[in-house]
Design a protein. Structure first.
Length: 112
């Protein structure tokens, strides 16, 4: 189970965008793409087949997963995440919890 997943609210704890918050758009192995963080300008060639216009576009670039931390909604600050085993209905389930207060991490809604 990954400690940071798509849809989580994170804060950047290191790098040029330190302190910025955003939502995780995708997880690429050991890197994450966060909305509005690590934005770069890219030159886009026009492609009529795909309906893409040319010009300079802003693109969210990936950053290392170690440079982001989950935002604890109770405190509004960055927090570390741990994994806890919870028994229920005869099965053992893995649940993400905040290290500071032991509260369960809310799972992001699917199907946005």
């Amino acid at each position: 189970m990954n400690k940071i997943i798509k849809g989580d609210r994170v804060v950047v704890i290191a790098g040029k965008d330190k302190g910025k918050q955003g939502e995780v758009l995708c997880v690429l192995g050991e890197k994450v793409v966060v909305e509005g963080v690590n934005v770069a300008k890219r030159h886009q060639k026009p492609n009529q087949m795909r309906g893409i216009e040319g010009g300079i576009v802003l693109k969210n670039m990936p950053l290392a997963i170690s440079n982001v931390a989950l935002v604890n909604p109770a405190t509004g600050k960055a927090d570390r995440v741990g994994i806890k085993l919870v028994e229920g209905e005869g099965k053992v389930k893995r649940v993400r919890v905040f290290k500071s207060n032991g509260a369960e991490v809310p799972t992001p809604q699917r199907g946005k």
